[in-house]
Design a protein around this ligand. Structure first.
Ligand SMILES: NC(=O)c1ccc[n+]([C@@H]2O[C@H](COP(=O)([O-])OP(=O)(O)OC[C@H]3O[C@@H](n4cnc5c(N)ncnc54)[C@H](O)[C@@H]3O)[C@@H](O)[C@H]2O)c1
Length: 250
């Protein structure tokens, strides 16, 4: 079978760790040229050398970094087709009245403003070059089936899902597709914050017990969904929030 992303160029944000690393790995395996952007220089370099893909330090909350990412991808690979907005953060599980303004701003900036900036910078590039571009946001089941004590994280992912659907409508005529993928609890760099305790199998049990298939999302679960949505097999799919959650949101 031909690689499913042959000839495509993708930016994967937050690709130095967790789900983003899984997505970058799958995309490289399927023939895509990948540029990882992450705040973490050391981890990002490590993943890029392991996968044989490109890496740049970048902060998804900064417009200049998005402008540079577009420039680097197009200069290095000749074009850009796919943006995976995966980088995300949360604050530690806590009573909502205790969330600080700084925590609120950080969650909204990294999870939501990043999607605004990426589309603000890259949609004009897709339109000017008549590229049928493709945005995939890593949202969360938290955006549609929230858990208590994570209110503003839940709300940030709800915003991502709604904005993605709105842009799917708006840019359909230009053949630019917008979808989101929603994992349920996984075992990554931020899991200890969701559960408010160290990330051990024992401590994950309470969250995982609410998943009908009885486990959390893995990086390959999320990567496989992103690969499908980014490929031409999904050419008629836009505005979808694909829950990769073992049935949690049913
Ligand atoms: N882990 C879970 O249980 C879970 C569940 C549902 C959704 N998600 C979502 O999955 C996505 C990936 O998270 P993960 O679980 O792999 O966590 P992670 O902490 O392992 O990875 C997140 C990566 O994003 C990077 N990052 C953070 N802020 C950044 C910024 N401003 N600019 C660039 N890079 C930045 C980090 O350096 C890190 O490499 C997030 O959007 C998260 O909200 C995670």
């Amino acid at each position: 079978m031909a690689p499913r992303l042959q000839g495509k160029v993708a930016i994967v944000t937050g690709g130095a760790s967790g789900f983003g690393k899984g997505i970058a790995t799958k995309f490289v395996e399927e023939g895509a040229q990948v540029l990882i952007a992450d705040l973490s220089d050391e981890a990002g370099r490590g993943v890029a050398s392991e996968l044989g893909c490109a890496f740049t330090v970048g902060d998804v909350t900064k417009r200049v970094d998005w402008e540079r990412l577009l420039k680097e991808a197009t200069e290095k690979f000749g074009k850009l087709d796919i943006v995976i907005n995966n980088a995300g953060v949360t604050y530690s599980n806590k009573a909502t009245e205790e969330v600080t303004e700084e925590e609120f701003d950080r969650v909204m900036n990294v999870n939501v403003k990043s999607v605004y900036l990426s589309t603000n910078v890259i949609v004009p590039y897709f339109m000017e070059n008549k590229i049928s571009g493709n945005f995939i946001q890593i949202a969360s089941t938290a955006g549609i089936r929230p858990r208590p004590r994570l209110t503003w994280y839940n709300a940030s992912k709800g915003a991502v899902i709604t904005a993605t659907k709105a842009m799917a409508l708006e840019y359909g005529p230009q053949q630019i597709r917008f979808n989101s993928v929603s994992p349920v609890i996984g075992s990554t760099g931020m899991t200890h914050l969701f559960i408010g305790k160290p990330n051990t199998p024992e401590n994950r049990k309470a969250f995982e017990s609410t998943v009908p298939l009885g486990r959390g999302s893995t990086p390959s679960d999320i990567a496989n969904a992103c690969c499908y949505l980014a490929s031409d097999e999904a050419a008629f799919i836009t505005g979808v929030n694909l829950e990769v959650d073992g049935g949690r949101c049913v």
